[in-house]
Write a protein that binds this ligand. Structure first.
Ligand code: PRP
Length: 185
């Protein structure tokens, strides 16, 4: 067990330091929700939430939307328990979601290399959605090698490993209210 009020926490063999506190995250989620509410007024978008990491971002985002979104979940495997992208992807859950003629917003916790979202966009494009945009709480531009960067970005960050607010290190730390980054110490 760790005490989150401290600036430094340990998860397994690693130390992490406070990076983005809860209040800052929620303030930014407010702003993204406002952007989406303006862009999708009258459109009833279909939010496709990429599990597991995006579940808290999606929960906070959805509760701030006034556009009556539909919400579906998908699971795409990539990282496993490692700290770098393996660059192999596979849809494990959510194959049945119907997107034809829908205004889709993919909801991600983090876009790193961009491999996962490029893979999923390609998968969606075969089913003729009306539009597809991507909302990601975090974006690592220095690592990004994809073709379409997120349309709605919470924070652009350096390529440090991060945990908390849905994101894990070896399946731990998802419950943390703030976002922590791997400490140099
Ligand atoms: C994370 C994140 C994205 C992906 C981003 O998922 O949620 O889906 O990695 O990386 P990329 O841009 O390099 O493809 P992860 O595989 O860690 O699974 P999880 O959300 O279940 O923890």
């Amino acid at each position: 067990m760790y005490i989150e009020s401290t600036q430094l926490i340990s998860i397994r063999d690693k130390q992490f330091e406070m990076f983005i506190p809860e209040e800052q995250i929620l303030a930014r989620v407010d702003e993204i929700a406002t952007e989406i509410n303006l862009a999708y007024a009258e459109l009833r978008p279909l939010l496709i939430v990429v599990l597991n990491g995006a579940f808290l971002f999606a929960a906070d985002l959805v509760r701030r939307l006034t556009v009556q979104p539909e919400v579906q979940f998908i699971r795409i495997s990539t990282y496993g328990d490692q700290m770098i992208s393996s660059e192999t992807a596979q849809i494990l859950l959510g194959m049945e979601i119907e997107v034809e003629d829908r205004d889709v917003i993919i909801v991600e916790d983090i876009v790193d290399t961009g491999y996962t979202t490029d893979f999923f966009r390609e998968h969606l494009s075969q089913q003729s959605p009306k539009s597809v945009r991507l909302a990601s709480l975090l974006f690592k531009p220095d690592n990004y090698r994809g073709t379409q960067a997120p349309d709605f970005i919470g924070f652009s960050i350096a390529p440090d490993f991060v945990v908390g607010y849905g994101m894990d290190y070896a399946q731990q730390g998802r419950e943390l209210r703030g976002i922590y980054r791997l400490s140099a110490n």
